[in-house]
Write a new protein. Structure first.
Length: 320
């Protein structure tokens, strides 16, 4: 009897454990699904959710004082700005361009018109890795319409390239995979090891850990393709992100200062070197300021070991 009771007790414990484990798995899966849920509400509210979430728009743009306006224009007053930029597009031969039309063009063909002072580096939000649906694109435009502008969802008529993306038409995109499977945990250690040969955290931050010399990488894989990330590691001079352009400053007394131009006013030039040190030079002391084409980030193509490279890449591809 005692032996039977013992077996029964063990069976009940195992059964309960199985239900607990199954429940935790379901909870985890449900939570993960919720975190990447598709917002299909074509409204300013739905667009706001996408702007600050799945769309990753905030990683390059600001709305007022919120977000990151380093790589792209601040969109806090985009209603008025869109009207003025639409007028500029009309002057360039885009007859009949409206503010809403400008917003549509900016998402459908981001390189068609680049605001002065910025670069043509905005990704196609309806393609991977962002991959917004047509309704999600409409919702973002609706949200931007409300930034000091007039909401007019009926005016949002998306072009074929965005509509076809929902049907699997247009460009065929296959999932890219490295030919060597890296270890993301090892790559993370390489990223944050400040005494190592790679030491990415000396210049980059992930979730506020690291230095702010280079672009933040917290969600880099959510907005940039693996090919772009690879090129940035091996050939950092190929594309230098807006807001991180290197310059050389020659002062009146012959001193040379190189680094990233962090600010320029009528009276002051601010430069940050590769170690994060800030130098402020009075404008009256600047003899010449020359833009450089060589990034402050060293090219790792000739120095990084193949195994380290794939481990580092595996980690960066988890940053979404």
């Amino acid at each position: 009897m005692g032996r039977t009771f013992g077996f029964l007790t063990i069976f009940i414990i195992v059964l309960c454990g199985g239900f607990i484990y199954l429940g935790s798995v379901i909870t985890k899966l449900s939570g993960e699904k919720a975190s990447v849920a598709v917002v299909s509400d074509v409204s300013p509210e739905g667009g706001e959710t996408i702007f600050w979430g799945k769309g990753q728009c905030h990683t390059c743009h600001s709305i007022g004082n919120k977000g990151s306006g380093i790589r792209g224009p601040n969109l806090g007053g985009v209603g008025d700005s869109a009207n003025s930029r639409a007028s500029e597009r009309v002057a360039q031969g885009k007859a009949g361009m409206t503010a809403t039309g400008y917003l549509i063009e900016s998402l459908a063909q981001p390189s068609a018109y680049v605001v002065k002072g910025y670069k043509a580096e905005m990704p196609f939000v309806y393609k991977p890795p962002i991959a917004l649906s047509p309704d999600e694109v409409k919702a973002v435009i609706a949200y931007l319409q409300t930034q000091d502008g007039e909401l007019n969802i009926a005016a949002i008529e998306l072009p074929p390239e965005i509509m076809e993306s929902a049907k699997g038409g247009g460009e065929v995109v296959t999932e890219w995979k490295p030919y060597i499977e890296g270890d993301a945990a090892v790559g993370e250690s390489l990223f944050f090891d400040l005494k190592g040969d790679i030491a990415c955290a000396k210049c980059h931050t992930v979730k506020d850990v690291g230095a702010k010399v280079g672009p933040e990488l917290t969600t880099v894989a959510a907005t940039r393709s693996p090919e772009y990330i690879i090129e940035s590691i091996l050939e950092p001079n190929a594309v230098i992100a807006s807001g991180f352009e290197p310059v050389k400053v020659k002062t009146n007394n012959g001193k040379i200062i190189t680094g990233i131009l962090k600010g320029e006013t009528d009276t002051l030039v601010t430069v940050m070197d590769s170690a994060g040190n800030i130098t402020e030079i009075k404008k009256e002391e600047v003899k010449k300021l020359t833009p450089l084409t060589t990034s402050v980030m060293p090219p790792f193509g000739n120095v990084i070991k193949m195994e380290d490279f794939h481990n580092l890449l595996a980690y960066l591809l988890t940053l979404k």
